[in-house]
Design a protein around this ligand. Structure first.
Ligand code: ZN
Length: 73
């Protein structure tokens, strides 16, 4: 049986494979948000938000733009 967890970003179902291990990254099929498996027991899985990859990319670009404006690049 595959465990399903609700995405904290968009509410879609994220399937957690039975053989997934703690520390593994699962990705939401709908919004692409990354989650790390924080704990895993027989019938209970807790996800830790790994951040939305696109949002993370936006943060990096924003920082670079600020650096660019300040002449740091
Ligand atoms: Zn999602």
């Amino acid at each position: 049986m595959t465990t399903k967890k609700e995405c904290q970003e968009c509410g879609a179902d994220i399937s957690i494979p039975d053989d997934a291990v703690v520390g593994e990254i699962v990705t939401c099929p709908d919004c692409g948000g990354d989650y790390e498996i924080a704990t895993k027991a027989a019938d209970k899985v807790e996800l830790k938000a790994g951040g939305n990859s696109w949002r993370r990319l936006g943060t990096v670009i924003g920082r670079d733009l600020r650096n660019l404006r300040q002449g740091a690049l």
